[in-house]
Design a protein around this ligand. Structure first.
Ligand code: GDP
Ligand code: GDP
Length: 389
């Protein structure tokens, strides 16, 4: 049931943020309660007709001041290719095509991903004479829009939704899908290698997955799992993962597709702002979560260390007190076996449905043991309880 991911790519100032905000609307501010996620929001859910997708604004990735526009755009484009199902390429209808537009267009075309071309700042109903020049980019039919005036956004959304890969949003099989999330260097790749064995073969990605995130199916104790690994590989390439937002966006894409997230924390560093931000995304998405505290081998431990760390988790990740934690060393293998067992436990709990009868007998017992409160002589009466979703 994963949601398709749509990434917006384009030069600075073409209107990416304006469009993002217009489409995401007030959704952006709903999330105030989750710490760390509110500011600089660069992804949001958009619903059009009966389809919901996650939109990410790669423009939210700021270049170093020394960075030139073109390299920034390359960066964005790689980011988009890496994480999305559909790329929304945006150009400026007032300025026309620039060299950077051409270069990025040809880069995007090579990916084989669906690309939708939006020509922004077409603020009037009649198209400018040079509008048809945009066909030159070779992407297909340009869609004129005005993000600022919210013109023609319906046509754009139609086109985006029509571009979703067959079956997107309906991915269904019985395996438990586990995503490994966490900031760079926390040990994601090491844990993946541990879990899958040393001689892990990198098979070609399963169709429908993004280029560099490898989905690896595996079986343990008769249960089928799918490991969504956005960890390794990419980091070794030219994209600089130090950019915090980059790893946040990667996490968004992985989280969308999973049942359970393994949120990895570095035991030595404790829980950082970036950890909280990533945790917040998983929490908001309503996914199961296991907090995996890694590099446990590096701590000097006494009888209290683990309890103290649990307290830190409870204090720093107050919004997800439901998530169990496990303390491991991907390096030595300590307790690594517990990770999958824990993920299974969480997946089962997440899917649990408690029958109405059972809930009601619980409430009957509870109200017998302790009467509900009364106010001005009237006692609260609970008629019945049911799990609705
Ligand atoms: P980004 O850098 O691509 O995210 O671009 P922004 O969304 O920040 O927009 C850059 C500038 O273009 C801002 O001054 C916007 O007000 C302006 N802009 C955005 N959309 C439109 C539009 O549809 N028409 C016009 N005329 N200006 C727009
Ligand atoms: P990723 O960026 O999250 O995929 O992190 P890596 O798996 O590449 O690990 C980053 C670094 O931390 C590497 O040098 C690993 O050897 C090291 N590392 C990973 N797990 C552990 C651990 O449990 N203990 C120790 N001491 N080092 C670890």
């Amino acid at each position: 049931m994963s949601k398709p991911v749509v990434a917006i790519v384009g030069r600075p100032n073409v209107g990416k943020s304006t469009l993002f905000n217009a489409l995401a609307g007030e959704k952006i501010s709903i999330v105030k309660d989750t710490p760390g996620v509110t500011r600089d929001r660069i992804y949001a859910d958009v619903t059009w007709l009966d389809k919901t997708f996650t939109m990410i604004d790669t423009g939210g990735i700021e270049p170093d001041s020394s960075d030139i526009i073109l390299s920034q755009m390359r960066h964005q484009a790689e980011m988009a290719m890496d994480t999305s199902d559909v790329i929304l390429f945006m150009v400026d209808g007032k300025e026309g095509i620039t060299a950077a537009d051409r270069e990025v267009a040809s880069m995007l075309m090579k990916t084989g991903k669906k690309i939708v071309l939006a020509v922004n700042k077409i603020d009037k109903a009649e198209l400018p004479d040079d509008f048809y020049d945009f066909y030159e980019l070779g992407i297909g039919e340009p869609i004129p829009i005005s993000a600022a005036n919210m013109l023609n956004l319906g046509d754009l959304l139609d086109e985006i939704v029509d571009s979703f890969p067959e079956g997107a949003g309906t991915e269904e099989d019985d395996s438990i899908k586990i995503a490994m999330i966490g900031k760079p260097n926390v040990g994601k790749s090491s844990l993946v290698n541990r879990l899958l064995g040393e001689d892990r073969v990198i098979v070609s990605p399963i169709a429908g997955t993004t280029r560099d995130s490898i989905d690896t199916p595996f079986e343990k104790d008769g249960e089928q799992y799918l490991l969504i690994d956005t960890a390794g590989i990419r980091r070794k390439s030219k994209v600089n993962e130090d950019i915090e937002k980059f790893s946040v966006l990667r996490a968004v894409a992985a989280i969308e597709r999973c049942d359970v997230c393994l949120l990895m924390i570095d035991a030595q560093e404790g829980i950082t702002e970036q950890d909280k931000k990533i945790a917040g995304i998983a929490h908001e998405a309503g996914k199961g979560i296991v907090v995996v505290v890694n590099k446990w081998d590096l701590l000097e431990k006494d009888n209290h260390t683990m309890n103290d760390f649990k307290k830190e988790i409870a204090r720093e990740l107050t919004f997800m007190s439901y998530a169990p934690s496990v303390f491991i060393s991907a390096l030595t293998g300590q307790r690594v076996d517990n990770v999958i067992a824990m993920a299974k436990y969480v997946a089962e709990n997440r899917a649990m449905r408690i029958p109405t009868g059972q809930l009601n007998s619980l409430i009957t017992d509870a109200t017998m043991m302790k009467q509900p409160p009364s106010d001005k002589g009237k006692r609260l009466k609970i008629y019945y309880v049911t799990q609705v979703g």
